[in-house]
Design a protein around this ligand. Structure first.
Ligand code: UD1
Length: 422
């Protein structure tokens, strides 16, 4: 297994290109199941999660071409479709559940394995099930698989979700595009990836209004056609790389970044003493004078502070002046990076969903283990701030969501390399 070796670093300088969003792409790819015509996604990131979705769609009968230069991902679903998403693929990645809505809409039935728990929490499917049931689907659990049926097709309906789940909003949105009549989703998630999906579906002929607000209205149509759609910038990769100069000093421009993707995050950076400036090409980030200041953070659905940046923010706050309180409200078990950061000299107390981070002057390099995707990159960021060498093992987590991380950080002067394992 590969690991990443990081050495404590001085100031960084230069530019980092930000890729297309993994989470947007994982929702856009299943939309191919809604049409017989090809869907072409430009700016698709090169990640193992995207390869897993490619495998899943291929198992359902879609043709997905390999990522090419210029990062194009073309998918097509004109042949016979297999309605069964198998456990062997679904268990690898929860986002596999995003084929449920499109399969149901196109075929009137689907059999999709439950994803099971993951390291950061239980992550049930009840909100997805309620949302699709509102459109007329009957859903039963048999031997670990959800069996969904909509005899006579899906019918438009008004539905309010108990929580603004990102995935359930995406499944509802895709299913409702081909339902008969009008659907309204209340308490919908407002993440930029949902806006991106709605734009792509509209380019395919869907009639959607209100994406990016808590109420989305979808007028069902008989069929969708092919389209070409550019994947939105990855706001989590953006926020992660914005923290590199915040931690090491210097100045880095994140190409493709826009404030509106990371507004609540930028407010916290400002309070911690980091300046962010919007340029013609992206966001320029540098540390203001002096030591990082402690700030309190609460994770919330968009436009609140993203849970997917909580671990990386904690890495920054480990060396802040004062005590920061981080409250995780989206996932119940998302502080697994805290004991690893403690191995590097961080002082963190975790009680349930709250972590108290007492800033120390300097972290010290250590061998640490990545436990999930965002935790792994937080350990790399911490390593950049530490004295000496840090070795992060289990980096397969990292490869799920960050393309060429060593290359991108090395280009701005970081000392980081991948050590090949057997
Ligand atoms: C998406 C993102 C993930 C991010 C998360 C929250 C993708 C591929 N992944 O995940 O990176 O961390 O949004 O911003 O886009 N829940 C239920 N029942 C359900 C569905 C969700 O209880 O049916 C709970 C989950 O356990 C979790 C919370 O709701 O505690 C948020 O989940 P959700 O918004 O659905 O996240 P995902 O779409 O899985």
């Amino acid at each position: 297994m590969d690991s990443i070796l990081v050495r404590g670093n001085g100031p960084l300088s230069g530019q980092i290109p930000i890729a297309g969003a993994k989470n947007a792409c994982l929702a856009l790819m299943p939309a191919t199941l809604l049409s017989e015509e090809p869907l072409t996604l430009t700016n698709a990131p090169r990640l193992s999660d995207i390869r897993t979705m490619t495998q899943l769609l291929a198992s359902l009968g879609a043709e997905v071409t390999a990522l090419q230069e210029g990062k194009v991902l073309a998918t097509s679903c004109h042949g016979e479709i297999n309605p069964r998403a198998d456990y062997d693929i679904v268990r690898k990645m929860r986002a596999s559940n995003l084929v449920l809505g499109p399969l149901l809409a196109r075929l009137g039935h689907a059999v999709v394995s439950l994803p099971g728990g993951c390291a950061i929490g239980a992550r049930p499917m009840d909100i997805h099930i309620d949302a699709l049931a509102a459109l007329g689907a009957e859903i039963e659990l048999k031997e670990g698989y959800l069996h969904a049926n909509a005899r006579g097709g899906l019918k438009g309906a008004v539905h309010e979700m108990r929580f603004a789940s990102v995935g359930a909003t995406e499944n509802f949105l895709m299913a409702a595009t081909l339902a008969k009549g009008t659907s309204v989703l209340k308490n919908a998630a407002r993440e930029p990836e949902i806006v991106d999906l709605a734009r792509c579906l509209r380019a395919m002929g869907a009639q959607i209004e209100g994406e990016g607000t808590a109420e989305i209205t979808i007028q069902g149509v008989d069929r969708l056609h092919g389209a070409t759609h550019p994947v939105v910038t990855d706001r989590i990769e953006l926020g992660t790389y914005m923290l590199a100069p915040a931690i090491c000093g210097g100045e880095v421009e994140c190409l493709g970044g826009r404030i509106e993707l990371v507004e609540s995050f930028c407010e916290k950076l400002d309070a911690a003493g980091i300046a962010v400036e919007e340029t013609a090409r992206g966001l320029k980030v540098k540390r203001k004078n002096g030591r990082i200041r402690a700030v309190d953070v609460v994770t919330e659905p968009f436009p609140g502070f993203p849970t997917d940046l909580q671990a990386q923010m904690m890495a920054l706050l480990c060396t802040a002046e004062g005590t920061s309180i981080l409250e995780e409200r989206i996932f119940e078990n998302r502080f697994m990076h805290a004991p690893e950061l403690a191995r590097m000299g961080a002082r963190i107390e975790v009680h349930g969903g709250v972590a108290k981070v007492h800033g120390v002057a300097r972290l010290k390099g250590a061998r640490v283990m990545a436990t999930d995707l965002r935790a792994s990159v937080s350990l790399i960021l911490a390593g950049l701030a530490a004295e000496g060498e840090t070795v992060v093992s289990r980096v397969y987590h990292l490869d799920r969501g960050y393309e060429r991380v060593e290359e991108k950080l090395r280009a701005v002067g970081a000392q980081i390399e991948r050590v090949k394992g057997e």
